[in-house]
Design a binder for this molecule. Structure first.
Ligand SMILES: Cc1ncc(COP(=O)(O)O)c(C=O)c1O
Length: 404
């Protein structure tokens, strides 16, 4: 038996004894659901790079899988952990967040169907979705899904029987609009649609969308789940192993956008510190947001601020923090670019969710028709000293100051 499979048997034994189910997600993550390897005593989950797995003389599989495009113990270990953290039935890993997101639309929508998605969402998804819907003959409504009025806008856009999917993102990149997941999912279900959500920025630490009624949760695992800016990965988690999930699983197997075992191993390693990382990052982000909000030369978009229009909904559906992403509106594009030029601690780079703080002028990297304001700077707060980060931004904002 494979070392990993052996450890899983031990783990199942612990679950059966009732201990495992009572453990908090942070405990499950820190130990990667692993405990101690039954064959070696190793406390670290093994990496299994094999692409193919042998059969017994009577042609039975030894470890349950025959080929890594279908099943590999290393990515299965990360999937099992993520499913537990999200409170879902099963999870699947993909070669990128986009591979995970686009599969949902491609697998669940047919010509003539209708899909509702937010205007404010990761531009890569929005841009791809527009092109996909035009090519595939799928009707698309992009709506303002931001709380407090957003769930009502979603409900009004629904076409019962024709709407097959409602896509959400909360908090939404890069304005950090919050969507009321419970209200949106209830409206989607009443119309006969599946509700899927990109929960990359919230992470399972702060929001478990399945508890609020979502059917599918998507992550760019490239971001907080891995947390170290060194793995490109995506994930889907399902509330239940239903026919839609079976279709998604069959397509991943057939199309092959799986995560390599080494990346899955790194991701699992990253997830072990997920709770410690993002709790500290979010606490720093909240403190920084308050500090910046006290200035009169910048507007701060952060769901943790009482002034944020989605704050009340965020307080209800985010537990223990509001995430570590925020944006600042600097007044005009030129000043935003000057702020970028003058920071020394923040790194000028795209992406988010890593241990290093990043600053990005989104308007420069998104397509020309983007709704992102030209004066917006996106900040991903990492694990550096809070005063270093605050002083860095404050000196950059002050020296780049113009009248608003
Ligand atoms: C919120 C969100 N969703 C999805 C994606 C796409 O993920 P990936 O880059 O892993 O394909 C990103 C990437 O920036 C993102 O920020």
């Amino acid at each position: 038996m494979l070392a990993h499979a052996d450890a899983r048997v031990r783990q199942r034994g612990m679950a059966g004894s009732g201990h495992d189910d009572a453990r908090a997600p942070a405990t499950l993550a820190a130990q990667a659901l692993h405990g101690i390897d039954g064959q070696t005593g190793a406390i670290v989950p093994p990496l299994q790079p094999a692409t193919t797995f042998a059969r017994t003389p009577d042609y039975q599989l030894i470890g349950g899988g025959d080929y890594t495009r279908d099943l590999n113990p290393t990515y299965r270990a990360a999937e099992e952990l993520l499913a537990r953290l999200e409170g879902g039935a099963e999870a699947m890993l993909f070669s990128s967040g986009m591979a995970a997101a686009t599969l949902v639309f491609r697998a669940l929508l047919r010509r003539g169907d209708h899909v509702v998605a937010p205007i404010a969402c990761y531009y890569g998804v929005r841009t791809w979705l527009r092109a996909f819907c035009a090519d595939a003959g799928v009707q698309l409504d992009l709506v303002d899904a931001a709380a407090p009025a957003g769930a009502g806008a979603i409900a009004r856009a629904l076409r019962p029987g024709q709407t097959k999917l409602v896509w959400l993102e909360s908090p939404a990149n890069p304005t950090w609009d919050v969507t009321d997941i419970r209200a949106a999912a209830a409206a989607a279900h009443a119309a006969g649609a599946i509700c899927a959500i990109d929960s990359t920025a919230a992470t399972p630490v702060f929001t478990r969308p399945i508890e609020h009624g979502a059917d599918l949760v998507m992550h760019s695992a490239t971001k907080y789940l891995n947390g170290h800016s060194d793995v490109l990965a995506g994930a889907l988690v399902t509330a239940r192993a239903d026919p839609a999930w079976a279709e998604l699983r069959a397509r991943r197997r057939a199309e092959g956008a799986v995560l390599g075992p080494f990346e899955a191993w790194l991701l699992l390693r990253g997830m072990r510190t997920l709770y410690a990382r993002v709790e500290r990052q979010a606490a720093a982000a909240a403190a920084l947001a308050e500090r910046l909000a006290a200035r009169d030369d910048v507007r701060v978009l952060y769901p943790g601020l009482a002034s944020h229009p989605g704050h009340e909904v965020a307080r209800r559906q985010m537990r223990g923090g509001f995430g570590a992403m925020m944006s600042i509106l600097c007044g005009d594009r030129a000043r935003a670019l000057r702020v970028c030029e003058r920071v020394h601690v923040f790194l000028r780079a795209t992406s988010l969710g890593g241990v290093e703080s990043l600053i990005e002028h989104r308007h420069s990297v998104e397509p020309p028709d983007t709704p992102t304001p030209p004066d917006l700077l996106r900040l991903s707060i990492g694990l550096e000293d809070l005063d270093d980060l605050a002083r860095d931004l404050e000196q950059a904002l002050s020296s780049a100051r113009v009248d608003l």
